[in-house]
Every structure is written in structure tokens, then in C-alpha cells.
Design a protein around this ligand. Structure first.
Ligand code: UN1
Length: 474
């Protein structure tokens, strides 16, 4: 299979195998075998390999950032951020190797000791998207590894070269053979087989809600642990007392950063009627000035979409928006510049008069498209914010501390920003969503340890006699 540059599809980045059943079998078997050794390596020693990996990521940051930009299109400074998020995650996960705390607690019996320890789960299948080809695999693989699991990694077919690069760094870091294994190819072929494979104990998936539902169903049937991170329809509220300049900057970055291809992207702006006009005028002005182009060009602020299917999807959503009565304030089309014709460029787009009941207000677009909605009160703003099946990230711009705290309490989202955009999660805090965004798990932070390890409760009776809980002491 081929990986091509989405900014100029004439440029071939890599060819890679369309793996099949035999590869899945081999990878899972290798991971199963390696698990028996890796689980017994002390966690602080496992962590040392992850530290080495962090150093290697740092040494290759620039090279890898270029590869990200070439392979999936995001501007170079964002690609550097993607690698940095991987480094941050490596440092944090490695630190966990010397913590991984459990609990000790008194037993209700004399001469009996009670404690909890974390034990690894086994072989983890990691299925990752293309929008953060370094950060997201790191979020999953590094905590999985430090907890003592082994990994079969299936990256998105749009970013195979980034995945291969990562695996080479793991090898250089000295991970024993079989501890991490890479499978290329198509989700509907090897991805599906991997999820169903009886040798896999846990699946961690980030991607579309549709695929996530299928992954969850298979894992339910086959009794696997499963962690799902899926869609978002994230909103930024701007209240009448907000710092408008700041709110405009936040909206631009949240909506058009990574060309809107983040699960945390701002796709709705909920604007108080008193500031809507003023805010919108400034936002449109700033959007006009955004530099659309190849990510490799230092001036570029918005890069291409990742592939032809995404470009079609965003174009189709624009047809839907128009048919639903939304007004296109700016953008709305595939880029017309001559020099962008070999890539998948879509103009940054602002839609006005979007009704909360319409598809454009409810469905995830995953492109540089933001919908404006007007509200008259704080209560209405929160109601519109929560009127979505998703619940990943949210933001409110206000100077009113009472409203800020009410928003923190009442917004239905896994992540809430006050006076900041909906994007910008840091690796030492939990990441994930409520409602249809996820299945209750969190990545990142120490919460991720609950995904990649199982609590084992241990009782040690040193009384030398049978002690019956709930009976002998009462
Ligand atoms: C994603 O979009 O899938 O908060 C991850 C952010 C990034 C991670 C996004 N740190 O936008």
C-alpha cells in the first residue's frame, strides 16, 4: 500500500504491506510469548527502557515532525507538538514505573495483612488514528508497557511511516523482541481480526464512533477489556463579559488548528447575543487572514485534510449545511488556488444561523468547519452545549467567576476549559469523554493505569489458623 503526501499527492512517502491473517497470528503469538518474560521484568526496569525511548524521541524530534507533516499534513509546529506530547507521555509513564502505588489496609482479622497490587492484563491491541500519529500511540503504548503488558499496534493506514519510525525507536531503546509488534493494513481486514483474536486480552481504540461501536461489540462478545475514545462535537461558549480578543484567538485555534481534525476540535461556537455580531466580525476577519497551505511551509496555519475521503466528507457536510439553511460566512469550498490543486485543501469555514437540531450542529465533521449558534442567557448556553450525544471537550469564555464554576459543574464533558480553547490537553491529566464519546475509561494521567492493569487484592494470613471473615469476629 502507498502513503502519499496529502498536501501534494504526487509525492510518495512510503510503501507498506497490506498485512493479513498470518501477520495478525504471528504478531499476537509473539506478544503472547514475550508477555511471559516482560511481566516479570520489574516495573522500574521496564521504565528505564521507556526513558531511553523518550530520549530517542527527543533526538529525532525534528525528523519525526517532518515525517508527520509529510504524511498527514499538519503544520510543522503542530507536528513538533505531536512529538513533544509523545515525549511528555514517555517521561510521565516512565516515572510511573517507580510508583504504581497500591494500597495497604488493615484486615478485620488479627495477624492478617491486606494489600492491593497492579498486575498486567496481557496482550493489548492498540488501534490508533492518523491525526496524532505519534502522541496517541504513545498515550496507549507507554502506559501499557510500563504496566507489564505486551502490545500489538495497528496504526491508521494513513500514517504507516510514522508508526514504523516509532517502532524503530522502540527497538533502539532496547525493548525485547515481541514486546511491541506492528501490523499495517486495513482496519476492516487486520484491525477487525486483531480485535476478535482470542490471544488478545485488551483493546484500546481511538477513532470514529461507528467503528468504536463495532470494536466494543466484539470485545463484549469475546470478554475483552476495552477502552474506547470516539467522537466529539465540542463547543466553546462566549459570554457577554468575555475578553473577546482572547475568545476569538481561542476559537480560531480550536476550530482550525490541525484543520479541525482533532477529536477535541471546536465545532460549535455558542455566542451570547450581546457580543455575537462583534465576535463574528472579528472571527471572520481573522479567518480571512489564515494561511492555508502545505504544512512544510513555515507560514502555513491550516494544512490539508488527510485524504480524499475526508475531503469528500467535509464537502458533503457543506451541502447538508446549505440544505439545512445555514449561512456560509466564509469558506465553504475546496481551496481553489492553483498551487493547492494536488492536495486535499478545504477552506476554513464558518457557518452562521445553525439550529441546534440540525445535522451540522450534531454530527462530527472532522474538518475546518465551525457552526455559530446564538443564545440569550447562560442557562441557554449550557443547555445548547449539552444538547449533543457526545461529551469530550468544552470551553467557556467569561470573567464571571460564579458562571465559570457553574459551567465546570454543569457542562457534560470529560474535559472543560475556562478561558481557553477546547484543544490543549496535557498528558499528566486524564483524557476522555462522557456520553457517546467513550466507554467510561480515561487515557493519560494516572487514570490510564486503570485501563492497562488489573487490581489484584492480596490477603496474607500469618495467624496459622483458619480465620473466617464476617463470622469469627462478630
Ligand atoms: C485527539 O484529537 O484525538 O488536546 C487528541 C488536544 C491534544 C490531543 C488531541 N493534546 O487537542
Amino acid at each position: 500500500m502507498e502513503s502519499r503526501n496529502p498536501a501534494d499527492t504526487r509525492e510518495l512517502i512510503a510503501t507498506f504491506p497490506r498485512s493479513g491473517s498470518a501477520d495478525v497470528e504471528q504478531a499476537v503469538n509473539a506478544a503472547r510469548q514475550a508477555f511471559q518474560l516482560w511481566r516479570l521484568v520489574p516495573a522500574p526496569i521496564r521504565a528505564e527502557q521507556i526513558y531511553r525511548f523518550s530520549e530517542l524521541l527527543g533526538q529525532h524530534k525534528e525528523e519525526l515532525a517532518y515525517l508527520i507533516t509529510q504524511e498527514m499534513g499538519k503544520p510543522l509546529n503542530e507536528a513538533r507538538g505531536d512529538v513533544q506530547e509523545g515525549i511528555d507521555c514517555a517521561l510521565y509513564s516512565a516515572g510511573e514505573g517507580r510508583r504504581m502505588f497500591g494500597q495497604t489496609t488493615p484486615s478485620e482479622m488479627p495477624n492478617k495483612f491486606a494489600m492491593t497490587v497492579r498486575s498486567p492484563i496481557g496482550v493489548c491491541a492498540l488501534i490508533t488514528p492518523w491525526n496524532f500519529p505519534v502522541a496517541i500511540p504513545c498515550w496507549k503504548a507507554l502506559p501499557a508497557l510500563v504496566c507489564g503488558n505486551t502490545v500489538v499496534f495497528k496504526p491508521a493506514e494513513d500514517t504507516p511511516a510514522c508508526a514504523t519510525f516509532l517502532i524503530q525507536l522502540f527497538q533502539k531503546a532496547g525493548l525485547p523482541e515481541g514486546v511491541i509488534n506492528l501490523i499495517h493494513g486495513l482496519g476492516e481486514e487486520v484491525g477487525r481480526e486483531l480485535v476478535a483474536h482470542p490471544g488478545v486480552d485488551l483493546v484500546s481504540f481511538t477513532g470514529s464512533s461507528q467503528t468504536g461501536a463495532e470494536v466494543g461489540a466484539t470485545c463484549g462478545r469475546t470478554h475483552k477489556q476495552v477502552c474506547l475514545e470516539m467522537g466529539g462535537k465540542n463547543a466553546q461558549i462566549v459570554m457577554e463579559d468575555a475578553d473577546l480578543e482572547l475568545a476569538v484567538e481561542g476559537a480560531l485555534w480550536g476550530a482550525f488548528g490541525t484543520a479541525g481534525q482533532r477529536c477535541t476540535a471546536t465545532s460549535r461556537l455558542i455566542l451570547h447575543s450581546q457580543i455575537k455580531e462583534q465576535f463574528t466580525t472579528r472571527l471572520v476577519e481573522r479567518t480571512h487572514k489564515l494561511q492555508l497551505g502545505p504544512g512544510i511551509d513555515g507560514r502555513t496555519e491550516v494544512g490539508p485534510l488527510v485524504n480524499a475521503a475526508q475531503l469528500q466528507r467535509v464537502s458533503r457536510y457543506l451541502e447538508v449545511a446549505r440544505s439545512e439553511g445555514a449561512k456560509v460566512l466564509i469558506g465553504g469550498e475546496i481551496a481553489s488556488q492553483e498551487e493547492l490543486q494536488h492536495g486535499y485543501f478545504f477552506q476554513p469555514t464558518i457557518l452562521d444561523q445553525v439550529h441546534p437540531d440540525t445535522r451540522i450542529a450534531r454530527e462530527e465533521i472532522f474538518g475546518p468547519v465551525v457552526a455559530l449558534m446564538e443564545v440569550n442567557t447562560f442557562e441557554e448556553a449550557i443547555q445548547v452545549m449539552n444538547d449533543t450525544p457526545y461529551g469530550l471537550s468544552a470551553s467557556i469564555y467569561t470573567r464571571d467567576v460564579n458562571q465559570a464554576f457553574q459551567a465546570m459543574r454543569d457542562i457534560e464533558a470529560g474535559i472543560t476549559y475556562i478561558n481557553g480553547p477546547t484543544i490543549g490537553a496535557e498528558v499528566h491529566l486524564p483524557f476522555g469523554g462522557v456520553k457517546q464519546t467513550g466507554n467510561g475509561h480515561r487515557e493519560a494521567g494516572s487514570a490510564v493505569l486503570d485501563v492497562f492493569s488489573a487490581w489484584k487484592t492480596i490477603y496474607v494470613d500469618f495467624s496459622g489458623r483458619l480465620q473466617r471473615a464476617q463470622i469469627d469476629n462478630h
